[in-house]
Every structure is written in C-alpha cells, then in structure tokens.
Ligand binder design. Structure first.
Ligand SMILES: Cc1cc2nc3c(=O)[nH]c(=O)nc-3n(C[C@H](O)[C@H](O)[C@H](O)COP(=O)(O)OP(=O)(O)OC[C@H]3O[C@@H](n4cnc5c(N)ncnc54)[C@H](O)[C@@H]3O)c2cc1C
Length: 405
C-alpha cells in the first residue's frame, strides 16, 4: 500500500498551491489527488483579479504573499504564469465607499503595498470607457493586476511536480480513513493510500469530504459569473482592473474587450450533496436567464460605464465559488480529529489568496506556527450548523452580496 507524508485532495489552485508550498518546505513525500483534471473546476473559471488590499489586514497579508509568489514562480519556471501587471483602480462615489477606501489605503501602508490617490479625471485617462463625473475618490494600486487563473494553477502544479510532488489526475478520494481520533489515509478509485496528514482542498465539494470525518465544513457553493463584451477599440488597451463597490461591479480588460462581473443582491446557492462530480456537466445558471441578472445591474453600472447600454456581450462564464456567512475563508483543523486540515471557503478570492492559503496550510501540516493569525478562519467558528440547509446557504449568498461593499 502506498504511503505518503501528506495527501492533498483536490487539484484546483488551492490544492496545487498547498502542494507547492509543502514541497518548498521539504515536507517529504506529497501526493496530490484530483478526480478530474487539474484546475478544471472553479480555478479555470475565475476572473483572475489579483487585488491585494482589503480592510481585513490578515487577508491583505495573504494576498500580498500571492503577488510575491507570482514573481517567484516566473523565476522558478522560467515561464510566463499569465499575470498582467496593469494595477487596479477602486472607485468611490458614496460616503460609505470613501470610508472603506480610506481604510484600505491605511492597510496598504501597513503592508507596504503601493497605493496612490488619483484624480477621477486621471482615472478616465487610464480607462477610456469610464465616466468619472460621479466618482469622488479613486485609489490606484500599481502592483495589482489580473492573472489567467488556469495558468497560475498549473504553474503551482508544475513547480510542485518539479520539486517531487506526485500528482495523480483521474483519481477520486472516496473515503477518509481514521483511527483513534487521527487520520490514517484515504480510499481512492485507485486503491488505498496511507498518510497521517490529509488536506481537504476539494473546493465546492470540500464539505462533502469533511463530512466523511463527521464534520461538514461551514460553507456553501455560491454562483459567481461574469460577461465579456465584443472587442472594441474604444475600450482601450490592457488597462487597470477596476472595482466599483457603489454599484457592486468589477471589470477588467480581456484582449480588447471588457470582462464585467457583478455582486448580485442574491446569488444562487447549491446543496453540495446534489452537485455532480464533474463540473463540466453542470451549469449554475440552469433554469434562469443570466441576461436578467445583467439587465437588473445595468442601470446602476451605467453610472460609471454608460457604454454598457450599447455593449454586446457574446460571452458568459459562470462557476461555483464557496462562501461562508462572514466572508472569511476556512483554514485549519476540524475539531476532535488530528491530521485533517481544511483549506476552503475561499469567498471568491481563492486565486488572489492562493499562496497565502497554501503557505499557511503547509505550516500547519508541518506543525509550525503560521505567520498569520488563523483564529478568524477556524472551521468551528459558527457553532453547530447544517451547511446544506437553505437557511445556511442564504447566509452565504448574503456574504457574497456584501463582498467589497
Ligand atoms: C466566475 C468566477 C469568478 C471568480 N473570480 C475570482 C477572482 O477574480 N479572483 C479570485 O481570487 N478568485 C476568483 N474566483 C474564486 C476562485 O475561482 C476560487 O476561490 C478558487 O478557484 C478555489 O480554488 P479551489 O482549489 O478551492 O477549488 P476548485 O478549483 O473548484 O478545485 C477543487 C478540486 O477538487 C476536486 N475534488 C473534489 N472532490 C474530490 C475528491 N473526492 N477526490 C478528488 N478530487 C476532488 C475537484 O474535481 C476540483 O478540481 C472566482 C470564481 C468564479 C466561479
């Protein structure tokens, strides 16, 4: 029977980053198991925004780690990882959003992340489609940008494999094995594998895996989606990513077009037990017209992007993010069991937090104190809940609606 020092379940960006960070720390034999193909679920559908600063200073520390790791991976692999260092702009038109932007400026300073105030007119020079007339304050973060999320996931996986991690695709974990209050291995579609360290990085299915050890994680699969316009020279070149919290929207360039995403007042949520194993056969927008969602948001977005009225959106991308009620990730041990670590509930930020999460989970798996305070991310922080219930899922959808507001 195969025996490993660490087994990671799930080959999305979080599992790949955990594998890379474990290997970088010389953690012994590491096995990464993915039942489909690497990065075939949420990690290839993301908008890929790398926005480092928030009002949550621990989150900022983790995001900054990702930004730094992107450069490390480029050096290590000697290859592009799909990062566009275009910077990001955050607009504020209301008192509330101005207060948030001021708090973010303070957090950027705390973490030594470059932050500049821009005149709204100067922002419009960077982004030709932007109408700045209602904008009162603009923050510019030149070291932000966006990344091809598939390329970054694969970069972690390739760098991990180069350091000796064994990656098996097409291998499903069907059971987590425990003995006397500790993990001892997993059963898979390719047989039993032993390890006293198992990491649950199973994305939208993470609560199903942890339910195998009697502790379904407090998170729910929530739909995220965006639209992409037709390319049009009036949209400008590879301009900064832009977030517009006043109207719950974000945008970034996409080869001459605009990728536009929204944080709806209510996002569709799903019972993880009813998801198929293969995300390729599932649409989170079944039975609903996604144009209705865009139309509902368009009037508000037109305050900053008047051209939305004539824009054509031939492309639509939807996927499942995982959210928690407080908008914070899940990171750490589940109660009453040693050797089982959860890394999930990324709240729509798994790409930008990938190195912070991977590095922290590697520290935990190696029994080291992580560099960040993980207490706010404890899996048991919500007390007894049923993560599959409609009531709990509604709380997770509400946390997506409030994201970045
Ligand atoms: C439309 C959209 C836009 C987004 N935009 C952004 C953004 O701009 N910036 C950002 O930071 N984040 C963004 N996100 C969120 C980001 O995509 C996720 O947080 C991140 O991809 C989660 O990675 P993951 O590895 O946890 O999950 P996934 O990528 O879903 O990977 C989980 C993997 O686990 C595998 N698995 C599950 N169960 C098993 C099992 N039993 N055995 C073996 N394998 C198993 C699955 O097959 C899957 O491949 C967006 C998400 C969506 C959907």
């Amino acid at each position: 029977m195969a025996n490993f020092d660490h087994i990671i379940v799930g080959g999305g960006i979080i599992g790949a980053s955990a594998a890379y960070h474990l290997a970088r720390e010389g953690a012994g034999s590491v096995l990464l198991l993915e039942r489909n193909t690497l990065a075939s679920a949420a990690s290839s559908r993301a908008a890929g925004m790398v926005l480092q600063v928030s009002r949550n200073t621990t989150r900022t520390a983790m995001a900054r780690q990702t930004r730094e790791t992107i450069d490390v991976l480029v050096d290590e692999l000697g290859a592009d990882v799909g990062f566009h260092d275009v910077g990001s702009l955050r607009l504020a038109a209301s008192d509330k959003c101005i207060a948030h932007l001021d708090a973010m400026a303070a957090d950027a300073a705390r973490h030594d992340i470059p932050f500049e105030w821009l005149d709204p007119q100067a922002a419009a020079e960077l982004i030709p489609w932007l109408d700045p007339s209602l904008v009162r304050k603009v923050g510019f973060l030149p070291s932000d940008g966006y990344v091809d999320p598939y390329m970054l996931s694969m970069a972690y996986a390739r760098a991990a494999a180069a350091r000796g991690v064994e990656i098996r695709q097409g291998t499903a974990v069907t059971e987590v094995l425990t003995r006397n209050g500790r993990v001892v291995g997993v059963d898979t579609s390719a047989g039993r594998m032993e390890s006293d360290s198992v990491i649950d990085a199973a994305g939208a299915w993470a609560a199903l895996l942890s339910a195998r050890v009697g502790y379904p994680l407090p998170m729910a699969p929530v739909r995220s989606h965006y639209w992409i316009t037709k390319p049009n020279p009036t949209y400008g070149g590879d301009h900064p990513v832009i977030t517009m919290p006043d109207v719950g929207a974000y945008a970034r360039p996409d080869v001459g077009a605009i990728l536009l995403g929204i944080h709806e007042p209510y996002s569709a949520t799903f019972d993880a037990r009813e998801l198929p194993d293969d995300p390729a056969v599932f649409s989170p927008t079944v039975g609903e017209d996604h144009w209705d969602r865009l139309a509902e948001a368009a009037e508000n977005i037109a305050r900053f992007f008047p051209g939305i009225v004539e824009a054509q959106f031939p492309n639509y991308v939807a996927g499942l993010s995982t959210y928690t009620p407080d908008g914070k990730i899940i990171l750490g041990s589940v109660p009453g069991l040693s050797g089982f670590l959860a890394a999930s509930g990324c709240c729509g930020s798994g790409i930008v937090l990938s190195a912070g999460i991977g590095g922290t989970i590697a520290d935990l798996a190696l029994g080291r104190a992580p560099s960040i305070d993980i207490a706010p991310f404890r899996p048991d922080r919500f007390g007894p809940i049923d993560p599959f219930s409609v009531e709990f899922r509604d709380r997770c959808a509400a946390s997506r609606a409030n994201k970045s507001k």
